[in-house]
Design a protein around this ligand. Sequence first.
Ligand SMILES: [Zn+2]
Length: 114
Amino acid sequence: MSLREEPDSYIAKTGQRWKVYSVIYVFPSLVLGAVIAGQYNLFGATLEENGRYQFLAIVLAFCALVWGLVSVQCRNCGTRLLWYAMLNKNANESLGWLVSTPNCPVCKSDGSGS
Ligand SMILES: [Zn+2]
């Protein structure tokens, strides 16, 4: 996945980039990490414990995704931008759009706070 990020994108200007990247990277790596750890029994855990870790990781990852969807917002009108991107853009372009769009798609605010 390659994201062409714009330095003057809305999420960069409003300091929300870290949230987007947390969701993009934390969400999949948690699930992947748990699956791999369980698969190769990295913790020397029992089968039952591994299942529990995997379940926990998936729950945490899901929470991270929901948090991202809810918390990446337009400062002006409150539009949930990650949510908006997923609903209105196709899967291939939604994240690219999110990290490059210079304005809120709804109120056209540019994040300067005016
Ligand atoms: Zn807005």
